[in-house]
Design a protein around this ligand. Structure first.
Ligand code: ZN
Length: 119
């Protein structure tokens, strides 16, 4: 799909993704901090599973669980934040900028405008 500037009909459009970048970063940071908070309980669970393999298994199980929980939380948070940011970008912010005339617009609102002009 080619995006056209609603003002000058230029095809040279930049996509900014401002909210997606911000929300992705916030999501990843928040989730990683949340992951760190739950890391202790995950480490305990991992350690108790590791007890089967002896004291070294217990330590390795704890560390592995802690690392996994931190990583999974960070990735999940980043994905959730990115999805939220994508939604904000497309519906609320003027996500697209025309290179030719500098006009900023959102695709959702540009659609509304073009369909309104049709009637
Ligand atoms: Zn333009």
């Amino acid at each position: 799909m080619t995006i056209l500037c609603p003002k000058c009909k230029s095809k040279h459009i930049l996509t900014k993704h401002t909210a997606r970048k911000i929300c992705g970063t916030i999501g990843a940071t928040t989730a990683t901090m949340g992951g760190v908070a739950t890391t202790l309980s995950a480490a305990k669970i991992g350690a108790s599973f590791g007890m089967v393999a002896g004291p070294i298994g217990s330590v390795l199980g704890g560390i592995t669980s802690a690392v996994l929980v931190g990583l999974v939380s960070g990735v999940a948070g980043c994905s959730a934040g990115t999805a939220l940011g994508e939604m904000v970008d497309t519906t609320i912010l003027d996500n697209h900028e025309c290179v030719r005339c500098g006009h900023c617009f959102s695709l959702a609102r540009a659609d509304e405008t073009s369909s309104a002009e049709g009637y």
